[in-house]
Ligand binder design. Sequence first.
Ligand SMILES: Nc1ncnc2c1ncn2[C@@H]1O[C@H](COP(=O)(O)OP(=O)(O)O)[C@@H](O)[C@H]1O
Ligand SMILES: [Mg+2]
Length: 392
Amino acid sequence: MTRWVYRFDEVELAEKAVGGDWEEVRGLLGGKGANLAEMTRIGVPVPPGFTITSEACNAYLVGGGRFPEGLEEEVAAGLAAIEAATGRRFGDPENPLLVSCRSGARFSMPGMMDTILNLGMNAEVTASMAESFGDLRFAYDSYRRLLQMFAGIVLGVNPELFEEVLAEFRERRGVRSDAELTGDDLVEIVERFDQIVTTATGRPFPSDPRIQLDLAIRAVFDSWNGKRAVDYRNAAGIPHDLGTAVNVQAMVFGNRDDRSGTGVAMSRNATTGEPTLEGDYLMRAQGEDVVAGIRQTKPIEALSHELPEVYEELVGYARLLERHYRDMQDMEFTIESGKLWLLQTRNAKRTAQAAVRVAVDMVEEGMISRDEALLRVSPEHVDFFLHPQFAP
Ligand SMILES: Nc1ncnc2c1ncn2[C@@H]1O[C@H](COP(=O)(O)OP(=O)(O)O)[C@@H](O)[C@H]1O
Ligand SMILES: [Mg+2]
């Protein structure tokens, strides 16, 4: 029988299923899922999770929007494995497991569904988290993010309705960022968000975590056939029958406390190619905050002063990943109460200048051969050096 779900620590099984070829593993698990599994295999700290295969997506779409036989049970087993690994339970207010739902096809493409964070929260879980963490703000900030993302992405509620409420509260408090709103503000904001969902959809936000996850998975599958995704594949000549994988992963919280944060980092400088980390991060922030540009991010170098051990660890994993993939990496990370987690890695985009410098350096570091280095420098890269350069 076809297997629809692979845990991140089961990459060998996925390899076996496709006959050992890594490109095929990427096809089955998507780029994000394959790399999360590979990171897990080589000992990089990745929050536990599982990938629903792109084959499951195809079966769902061919079946007219019905889960293929066995998928529901495999998802339940995958969740149980995350529960066992974290010691938390999905939907249990006393000790709740929260998960993210992340789409990821073989090729990244616009129009695919955005990631939803904090699945598994509802009024009860939130109230209990506020109490057990002793942190009203953290709990309600996490919940308002779920409401906002889930409603906008899965239920199709106009995202501006939520932004308007946040703007109103920022104005009321005279602050510029959501991070400066208080716990009491967020309790009120959650109430308003709840009302928005009920009014816009005619029913309350689904409080049952299993229903939340089920709807989120379907929404990722459905997004494969969304207009933007189809148009993009037509333009890019990508086949329509690849399908997308779905990654379900235990949440880690960059918005947990003062020793928590989230960011992106390249293993080398993407402009110059210099062999030092380049990136941005934010303390007390979650997921999209860094790219959203609402708050001023800090350069990654500042982390070496703020949390020196974490910075050193990040440098170490960047090296490990570079040596493993034999290329410069672009990583996403989150720090929860001083503990570093990696959430994504992929080969990094870079300028022509950086491409040449990185290729030369990697030969010197013994990471790649001269022949490989030559293959990595394209004619456009060389063309760049045939014209005069000006310092910015
Ligand atoms: N389980 C998780 N815990 C904490 N942060 C997460 C988790 N899953 C995803 N994120 C973060 O949410 C953001 C969006 O996720 P991602 O799936 O990588 O989407 P994208 O493809 O748009 O980068 C990223 O910053 C990612 O690191
Ligand atoms: Mg990402």
